[in-house]
Design a protein around this ligand. Structure first.
Ligand code: BEZ
Ligand code: FE
Length: 306
């Protein structure tokens, strides 16, 4: 037993945790404790500030529901999701399309469509065509790849944010054809505010940040033998440089053409983007999604609590 001081408490805690049987848990906790303690020391954290933070995290937890994941949102606005994505990208065995955020609006129950179909169930006010190829790093077409897409409506809301969140819209699942091609109709998405009515929104406002994301379309592309690709295409609007969750990047800009003679469906403005998948490596057995369907997170948390 010792008299604890700001400089001695860290080693005392690490000594007590030294018997953690799982080497990975041991390492994660050691690094986490060292950085947390250093944060408290460097910031000279006061009891009142620490309690305020605990209240904040409590609100974050209480804001989570099967259709809303405030912790994923927090990770996103802190740049932690993009950090973990970038670390995961660095473990790919081949160069592939850059990843981007999964975000809090992904859902597993995405309806299946035939190539060329319109994913919006409403009247398509500002329709566009999305098309391109999915290929391997060696340039070979990946046939029958599963391409999941989700986005906002033309007024900037996801289906999960409308009504009770149970209606499914502006999302769909497609399969690439024998040449690895995908093509579909959708509506032009709109840049939007991340959910600002909860604790994460309060934080973003307190930091004088805008809280907006550029217009974008999410993609989750998978095929046997390949690393799953979670990414998004960004329309170059006024928010693309200041994305509040750091998901946009120059490699993922959607370049729109008013009339593209090569497009598989004519008469619509179109965006072509070709995706490259890396072969699956040893780092891919545990999955690489930074986030999940809020319903799945909720179910996992409930299962762990019983
Ligand atoms: C999204 O792209 O859907 C998103 C990502 C992070 C935070 C909020 C929304
Ligand atoms: Fe999004």
């Amino acid at each position: 037993m010792r008299n604890h001081t700001p400089s001695s408490i860290t080693d005392t805690v690490l000594d007590q945790m030294a018997g953690t049987p799982s080497p990975r848990l041991k390492m994660l906790m050691e690094v986490g404790i060292r950085h947390l303690h250093a944060f408290a020391r460097e910031a000279n954290l006061t009891p009142q500030e620490w309690l305020q933070f605990i209240e904040f995290l409590t609100r974050v937890g209480k804001t989570c529901t099967p259709t809303r994941q405030e912790f994923i949102l927090l990770s996103d606005v802190l740049g932690l999701s993009t950090m973990v994505n970038a670390l995961h990208d660095a473990t790919a065995v081949e160069d592939a399309t850059r990843t981007s955020l999964l975000g809090p609006f992904f859902r597993e129950d995405s309806p299946e469509f035939e190539l060329g179909e319109q994913i919006s169930t409403r009247e398509a006010v500002d329709p566009i065509l999305l098309w391109g190829r999915v290929s391997s790093a060696a340039g070979k077409a990946v046939a029958n790849a599963k391409v999941m897409i989700w986005q906002t409506s033309g007024s900037g809301t996801y289906d999960l944010q409308e009504g009770d969140g149970s209606a499914i819209d502006y999302r769909g699942t497609f399969r690439t054809d024998a040449e690895g091609r995908y093509f579909l109709r959708t509506v032009r998405p709109l840049g939007y505010y991340i959910p600002m009515d909860g604790p994460v929104g309060d934080l973003v406002r307190a930091q004088n940040r805008l809280g907006k994301r550029p217009a974008h379309i999410h993609f989750l592309i998978s095929a046997p033998g390949f690393r799953e690709l979670v990414t998004a295409l960004y329309f170059p609007d006024e928010y693309v440089e200041s994305d509040v969750v750091f998901g946009s990047s120059p490699d993922l800009i959607a370049r729109e053409k008013a009339a593209d003679p090569e497009a598989p469906i004519k008469g619509l403005p179109s965006v072509r983007f070709d995706f490259t998948l890396a072969r699956a490596g040893t780092a891919d057995t545990a999955g690489g999604r930074v986030g999940a369907d809020p319903k799945a997170v909720d179910a996992a948390a409930r299962a762990a609590a019983t």
